[in-house]
Design a protein around this ligand. Structure first.
Ligand code: G6P
Length: 608
């Protein structure tokens, strides 16, 4: 994963680099480093641990003077977090410095080759081959050296490069790892993601695969892999700058949970016009929609969980068969894909390596692809045949909440629209669905306002060793997300189980006091899940039930009940997730975990 930044301009570079890195820490945070050209030499400073260690070490950048530099925040892939493995990496003479996000897949071969030429390696990283290879090819023309390196390396990269011999210039290049260039008034910047540059400029270029950017204090030029100059259009970013700041909340996760009513509204409202759903943006004809024989939903992590929900909703409302796959499985399982099938890739970042590879696999096989993506201009958004944006704005906490909620409603809209076009539901039914959808933001607000009750409950479970989440049908889908939320930010082992499967294994793990969260929102399955709850409590489990308002029957079986407001049965996941998010959040806070940056994880998984 990792985040890279670079700045060249009229201001001191180090504070700008540190500030930019602070917006990219979500991409990795086991070590950090910056390189600054001080007028004579390129100076590097690195630190293990969070960015704040580097900031303290450099007195917020004050100890490193110079107006050009590059920086990096690392999520280790090759080599443990250490000073040696932290970026920037130097060539032997310390005349070239490189920061890298991605993986050089043929680095062992290249390393052997370079060692044969006398290069000595000081780190365990794959990145170090890049800087030595640049040194090897550099004969006075950086672009030539860069393009030659591009021809030799396999894998993914976004690189920020400085040459001591060209002190007034920064170089950047990418393939399959994100990279943007910001054109500012007082200088130009490179970064892995837009929030890192927003403070300085809203004028951004999205660098495409195998493009090179050359930045000086005033100018920016672009080249292709053959070293030929190309022209590019810039984009104006109109995000609210506060969207990438904590704004008084203790954690980004809490802030983002509270933004859910708005993100749900922003994803729904532009698409609901005159009582009907408008998804013209997709450019799909009615005929095309009617011809769809099967949908494959492919994603990773929480995005995958929204896909599991969507399977129930698409099949239930639109009666289209749906297969849901983890992208890392889909890409290698030689899936059967046929004409008139649609592959939907769901991704917040639009950069997840496996999801991107799955998209390309589907495209290579000539299958239509649709991306449900949050980050505008990201790789999946650009490469998918059709894009539907979830308007959640920047999400910083590693554990997704608001992007997850936005994905769910985007998928509901698609399912309803497809169902209507295919004649599976009447206009009256559409109107009723839309009415319920439009109530969701308010209902989410209501659930959020009840946070104290959940906080209190969560505090009792900060020492839990195992927690189970169970449900049937859509309630199973939400259990998966509830379980993931808890384990990723609190490090408590948790598992989601289809309630009907408990007796086939998991029930043997239930001991006196084991916490089980049972989600019971599907009326047709109430009785079935309640039986499972009884089986659990009679074996000592403490059962927290999340159910619909009115289902008071459950109080006889469960130990603690949280009610969600009434909504259509297909949309209950959007409400049931709120108490589960809050529960995980408060367990994590209670345990003193790093809520926004849980250990070993990163937000944007741009490596396989
Ligand atoms: C990481 C994040 C998750 C996210 C998953 C997929 O694991 O921590 O929150 O769901 O990647 O990411 P994407 O950007 O493709 O939605």
């Amino acid at each position: 994963m990792c985040g890279i930044v670079g700045y060249i301009g009229v201001s001191q570079a180090a504070p700008i680099l540190l500030d930019g890195l602070s917006k990219l820490e979500y991409r990795g945070y086991d070590s950090a480093g910056i390189a600054v050209y001080d007028g004579e030499n390129i100076k590097v400073q690195k630190a293990i641990g969070r960015l704040k260690v580097l900031s303290e070490q450099t007195h917020d950048g004050a100890t490193m003077t110079g107006m050009a530099g590059i920086g990096h925040t690392r999520w280790a892939t090759h080599g443990a977090p250490s000073n040696q493995n932290a970026h920037p990496h130097f060539n032997q003479e310390e005349t070239i410095a490189v920061v890298h996000n991605g993986i050089i897949e043929n680095y062992l071969k290249l390393k052997k080759h370079l060692e044969g030429k006398g290069y000595q390696f000081v780190s365990d990283t794959d990145t170090e081959v890049v800087v030595h290879l640049l040194d090897y090819y550099y004969k006075g023309d950086p672009i030539e050296a860069i393009t030659r390196v591009m021809h030799r390396v396999e894998g993914s990269y976004a690189l920020g490069i400085m040459f001591k011999a060209h002190p007034g210039i920064l170089y950047a290049v990418r393939k399959d790892s994100p990279l943007i260039v910001g054109h500012g008034k007082d200088g130009n910047l490179i970064a892995s993601d837009v929030p890192a540059v927003l403070k300085y400029t809203r004028n951004v270029y999205f660098i495409q695969n195998e493009e090179i950017a050359v930045l000086s204090e005033e100018d920016i030029s672009f080249y292709n892999v053959d070293g030929e100059e190309i022209t590019k259009e810039s984009t104006t970013i109109d995000w609210d700058i506060n969207a990438a700041e904590k704004g008084g909340y203790e954690h980004f996760m809490l802030k983002e949970m509270y933004e859910q009513p708005q993100t749900v509204r922003d994803t729904l409202n532009p698409r609901i016009k005159d009582g009907t759903i408008d998804i013209e943006e997709l450019g799909m004809s009615e005929d095309e929609i009617c011809r769809i024989r099967k949908i494959h939903i492919v994603a990773c992590g929480s995005a995958y969980h929204t896909g599991v929900t969507a399977k129930y909703v698409f099949e239930g409302i639109a009666r289209i068969p749906v297969e849901v796959d983890l992208a890392s499985e889909f890409r290698y399982r030689n899936p059967i894909l046929q004409q008139d099938e649609l592959v939907i890739i769901i991704s917040q970042s639009g950069e997840t390596a496996d999801s991107l590879a799955a998209l390309r696999e589907a495209k290579n096989r000539g299958i239509k692809t649709l991306g449900i993506v949050n980050v505008v201009g990201s790789s999946i958004a650009r490469e998918a045949d059709k894009v539907m944006y979830t308007w959640a704005g920047p999400e910083i906490a590693v554990a997704t909440t608001k992007a997850y909620s936005a994905q769910l409603v985007a998928e509901y809209l698609l399912a309803i629209k497809f169902a209507q076009i295919r004649g599976e539901i009447t206009d009256t039914e559409v109107a009723s669905y839309l009415k319920d959808l439009q109530k969701l933001p308010e209902q989410i607000e209501m659930l959020l306002s009840n946070k104290e009750k959940i906080q209190h409950f969560a505090n009792r479970y900060i020492s839990a060793k195992d927690v189970f989440f169970v449900g049937r049908g859509l309630d199973y889908a939400i259990s998966m997300e509830g379980s993931l939320k808890l384990k990723e930010i609190s490090y408590i082992h948790s598992e989601a189980y289809a309630a009907g499967e408990l007796k086939h294994g998991t029930i043997s793990l239930i001991e006196e006091g084991t916490l089980v969260a049972a989600v019971v929102t599907q009326e047709a399955l109430y009785k079935k899940t309640i039986s499972n709850i009884v089986e659990l409590t009679s074996r000592g489990a403490f059962v927290l039930a999340v159910t619909n308002t009115g289902n008071t029957e459950i109080e006889k079986a469960a130990d603690y009940v949280i009610y969600i407001p009434q909504t259509n049965r297909w949309f209950t996941n959007s409400l049931a997730i709120i108490p589960l998010q809050l529960f995980s959040y408060y367990v994590s806070v209670g345990k003193g975990c790093d809520v926004d940056k849980p250990r070993n994880l990163a937000k944007s998984v741009t490596v396989e």
